[in-house]
Ligand binder design. Structure first.
Ligand code: ACO
Length: 445
């Protein structure tokens, strides 16, 4: 493939012809083709015109794991991995964490604009008044074994919600879409807290409408005999910031699952259940758990040099470091680090923080990590906060799923209105044999 001859420089100093075209020569046939370039992409379906004969299906692109394929157009989240930038609807994550709340960010993700005061009040009112779940959902949770993984319980209960709200299948109806969005964001903390209490054999705590979104979650998790649970505002704020940071991250594994399943036009509860299932996997939502196991194994700061040698010899992996997209400091890690101290002021200092800080310092001073552009990611410090909140490690991924719900719903809403989207249906390269005849079982050797 050759691009058009370079004749002049564009704004970044790269020489271009001004024609957004990719010229391709198929050496099999000697034929030339021109493929239009739009937004830095060529359309994979444009390759189909490239054929060796009339009955040839046409050229396809092969991209396992979507390493270099844009599957949609999206205006929700922007990531610049080299600069370490993350924006929701164009607003840098740092500003949102400093000045906004998780529910306001959820509104921004869903609607694309920050709400006015009255819009925000109505939004919070609606979410606060949809936090209860049907009593049969409670019975459903009671049916799990005492040691059921909370992510497994969350996955099942989110899927079950679709049976309680069958009208959600009318996905073209704006009222139904709104209700599903509100319900999903409102009920996720309730379902998560029920799963946690179930593991402990404690009675489930109903939502408290006097509390804000993170405060209510802390109440549903930790309320015991007191008449009114009073959340520590510093813990509630730290949780709210963590939830802002995890609300969306463009086309990752779970978001792709929500879009892929949602493309069949199933109801949004079922589509989001697919997202929860994808997040459950250790390569996606589970890394913060691994960071704590690693810090436990290291034990003291004296053992850090030996540990890092082990990483360089590839006997270990430095968990919470490195990212497929960020080749610079993950902006979310920087923000979380600021909040760790605030949480420890309330809960008491966790000695693992000293190990984490020293580990980060040494790794960032080490050519092995800097040359590979390995920096702390969002998971390096988030597990320390969850542990300080007395959460068992099995709950860490659940803590990720709660805020990601607003991201999944924003992406789902964008997808159902996108005229270019159809049911997701990839192609394959067939590697099997055939055709061959069926052999009756008695004739098989
Ligand atoms: N520790 C040690 N070496 C690492 C690490 C790490 N954490 N991450 C990458 N490397 C090395 C690789 O061995 C490779 O070295 P090489 O070129 O000498 O072979 C080089 O850095 C490039 O790494 P890749 O594996 O190609 O990077 P990729 O983009 O495929 O992986 C990933 C990204 C999976 C996040 C990886 O960095 C990793 O495993 N990190 C630890 C797990 C983790 O923290 N995951 C959370 C990510 S954030 C999130 O999902 C919310």
């Amino acid at each position: 493939m050759t691009t058009e001859q370079k004749v002049h420089a564009d704004k970044d100093g790269v020489a271009t012809t001004g024609r957004d075209v990719l010229r391709v020569t198929d050496e099999r046939t000697g034929q030339d083709y021109e493929l239009e370039i739009t937004d830095g992409t060529v359309r994979a379906s444009d390759l189909r015109q490239i054929k060796v004969s009339e009955d040839d299906f046409g050229l396809m692109s092969y991209d396992p794991a979507f390493l270099n394929t844009a599957s949609c157009r999206s205006a929700v989240t922007w990531i610049d991995g080299d600069k370490g930038e993350l924006w929701y609807r164009g607003i840098p994550i740092e500003q949102l964490c400093d000045q906004s709340s998780y529910l306001e960010v959820a509104y921004l993700l869903i609607y694309g604009e920050l709400p006015t005061t009255s819009q925000l009040e109505a939004w919070i009112f609606d979410i606060t008044h949809h936090t209860y779940v049907h009593e049969n959902i409670k019975k459903f949770v009671e049916g799990f074994r005492y040691d059921a993984h909370p992510m497994g319980m969350l996955l099942a209960t989110v899927g079950a919600l679709s049976t309680f709200y069958p009208d959600a299948k009318h996905i073209k109806d704006p009222e139904e879409r709104y209700l599903a969005t509100i319900r999903m964001i409102a009920k996720m903390p309730t379902l998560a807290a029920f799963a946690y209490r179930h593991n402990l054999g404690l009675p489930y705590i109903y939502p408290d409408n006097d509390l804000d979104y993170p405060g209510n979650f802390l109440s549903m998790m930790f309320k015991m005999t007191e008449l009114k649970y009073e959340p520590d505002p510093r813990l509630a704020r730290a949780l709210d910031v963590l939830w802002i940071l995890h609300a969306d991250h463009e086309q990752n594994c779970s978001t792709n699952a929500v879009r892929g399943v949602g493309s069949s036009q199933v109801d949004p509860y079922s589509a989001v259940a697919a997202g929860v299932a994808a997040l459950y996997g250790p390569l996606h939502g589970g890394a913060n758990e691994e960071v704590l196991r690693m810090l436990d194994r290291i034990g003291t700061t004296d053992n850090i040099p030996d540990f890092l040698e082990g990483v360089k010899e590839r006997k270990e992996r430095l968990m919470g470091f490195g990212h497929r997209v960020y080749k610079n400091y993950d902006p979310r890690a920087r923000i979380i680090k600021k909040h760790v101290d605030e949480v420890f002021e309330v809960t008491g200092r966790n000695p693992k923080l000293d190990i984490a800080v020293e580990l980060e310092k040494r790794a960032l001073d080490d050519e092995y990590f800097t040359s590979r552009k390995l920096y702390p990611n969002v998971d390096f410090y988030s597990g320390l906060i969850y542990e300080a909140l007395s959460l068992p490690t099995a709950m860490f991924t659940v803590m990720f799923a709660i805020p990601r719900t607003s991201g999944w719903m924003s992406q789902w809403l964008e997808m159902v209105d996108d005229p270019e989207q159809k049911i997701a249906r990839p192609r394959q390269i067939y590697t099997g044999g055939g055709p061959r005849d069926y052999v009756p079982i008695e004739q098989r050797s």
